[in-house]
Ligand binder design. Structure first.
Ligand code: ATP
Ligand code: MG
Length: 407
């Protein structure tokens, strides 16, 4: 499907006398028979030629030779063969040079499995042995590993990420260079680091990535993050049983015995969004409060938790507990949580038969923080302890509570 559309781009370039290839991640994923999420194309045509041949385009990164070509609504990045000039700050080339040879373009790429191209007749161009490395399940830097990591330190984390996404091993020389170049990661923007860590956690074998982070000491420049991976290592296998990176970060933080305050610091260091930070800190707080013992399921009183943090968070928390108690998962079912939720006649303050204003009128008292306090108490009593949800019953209890408060 997508490949047929992409092939039209290759066809058109070749019909006009240019070379064109599928390149990078898509070729790797085809060989691995993994789903391909974007198809990149490289060509010896200059960006100006590409623009002329494909009027329907977006000039995504002209300076770097990239034009996004649209075919039936789908975008394909078409990039002119290039080499990268001298690198600055261990992360980006100061300039790129367009070249006429495919091999030179493949040479600038990070790992052998990402340095292959395929033409429209499915002939593979693989000057660095990527296919063989894929067969041996190896992550190997193209060329001299030390130099490659020095050029762009983000490659260090990309290596770990690919190993855990694909369940590959890092080739010895590449591994040695990673250990040696680890401190260079300090030069990389933390947003890009977070993105690679998230992809690692989100991968097929996240525990492989965690183990590699410890072995290579890539995060040594950020002691709180490094310590997190060291201390949580023995529980990292449980990550496979979780669904979202929010849950995964929370599990690691709990496994490392980090307090909610320390958890917040890690989130801040990694510049996570406010929403993500709050979600993680809330889950870590719940875990810290409940202190679930590993592999020892215990009864949970879901009612008060449901009222406190709501269904969505309880559901995420449930999944976390399931990972904490994985071996016993048979005896720990979702049913208790579902039952409790369904049995609650009211679920939030909005479901109560009276409003704050009704309360104020009934009690004849100036508005103040007492209103929320009393409403919350009424919610607990109706949701969990059988108080009827009628205006009369609620007002009666409210009056008693206010009177008690005043004493
Ligand atoms: P993904 O499945 O995550 O998209 P990918 O291999 O396609 O993996 P991209 O970041 O989309 O990764 O990059 C596309 C290609 O560009 C890579 O396959 C690789 O050849 C090259 N590349 C990307 N980032 C780097 C880098 N930092 N250094 C060298 N080559 C890189
Ligand atoms: Mg890609």
């Amino acid at each position: 499907m997508a490949i047929e559309l992409a092939k039209r781009v290759l066809d058109r370039l070749e019909e006009h006398g240019f070379e064109a290839y599928y390149v990078g991640g898509c070729v790797r994923d085809w060989l691995l028979q993994r789903p391909v999420h974007d198809i990149d194309i490289c060509t010896n045509a200059h960006p100006g030629d590409v623009i002329l041949l494909f009027p329907d385009h977006v000039p995504t990164g002209l300076k770097h030779g990239t034009v996004s070509v649209k075919v039936e609504g789908q975008l394909f990045e078409v990039t002119t063969f290039r080499t990268e000039g001298k690198y600055e700050d261990y992360r980006r080339p100061a300039e790129v040079q367009f070249v006429s040879e495919l091999r030179l373009d493949l040479e600038r790429r990070d790992f052998t499995m990402n340095a292959m191209a395929m033409d429209r007749h499915q002939v593979l161009h693989d000057p660095f042995g990527g296919q063989e490395d894929i067969e041996h399940r190896l992550v190997r830097a193209v060329g001299i590993p030390l130099e490659r990591f020095q050029e762009d330190a983000l490659r260090l984390l990309r290596g770990v990420r690919f190993a855990s996404q694909l369940g590959f091993v890092i080739e010895d020389q590449t591994m040695l260079a990673m250990k040696q170049m680890a401190p260079l990661l300090a030069h990389i923007a933390v947003e890009r680091i977070r993105e690679e860590l998230n992809k690692t956690l989100d991968s097929k074998a996240p525990e492989v990535g965690c183990q590699l982070l410890n072995e290579t000491r890539l995060m040594a420049y950020a002691p709180e993050v490094e310590k997190l991976f060291i201390l949580s290592n023995e529980h990292a296998w449980r990550l496979r049983h979780l669904q979202t990176v929010t849950q995964k970060w929370s599990l690691l933080l709990f496994a490392a015995n980090y307090s909610p305050v320390q958890a917040r610091e890690v989130c801040r260091f990694l510049k996570m969004s406010k929403r993500e930070t709050e979600a993680i800190c809330c889950l870590v707080e719940l875990l810290t409060r409940l202190q679930p013992k590993w592999d020892v399921p215990q009864e949970i009183e879901w009612g008060p938790l449901l009222l406190e943090v709501g269904w969505d968070t309880c559901n995420e928390f449930f999944l976390l507990l399931q990972a904490c108690w994985w071996e016993e998962r048979q005896s720990f079912s979702m049913q208790a949580l579902l039952d409790q939720y369904e049995n609650m006649p009211v679920k939030t303050i909005k479901d109560l038969a009276i409003t704050g204003l009704d309360l104020q009128v009934a009690v004849q008292k100036k508005p103040g923080e007492w209103i929320v306090r009393v409403l919350e108490s009424l919610l607990r009593q109706t949701a969990l302890h059988g108080l009827p949800n009628t205006p009369e019953a609620l007002v009666e209890v409210a009056k008693k509570e206010v009177a008690q408060d005043e004493h």
